[in-house]
Design a protein around this ligand. Sequence first.
Ligand code: FES
Length: 105
Amino acid sequence: MSTLIVENRAGQQISMQARASLTLMDIMRDNGVEEILALCGGTCSCATCHIIIADEFADRVGPASEDESDLLDCSEHRGPTSRLACQVIFSDELDGIRVRIAPED
Ligand code: FES
């Protein structure tokens, strides 16, 4: 089992086990991270699962799709490594990845 490390809005780091093929959103919700609202259920239409990928993992995660990028543009907190957690599929290659939950818009 691999690990995902999430920094919540209070700055606490939460380490959780992560299974390949699940989205980061699913992993966080399964582990009780309530700040990830995921109101659209993962259909890339709400942006309430906005996360910031730690710089050192950004290349491995890759860029957002055009649709995802358009949605992220609606956030005033978008940064260069912003992604929607429902659009990032965990893989063993991402073991140890650190992400931060974006401030609420
Ligand atoms: S859950 Fe709605 S965009 Fe990710």
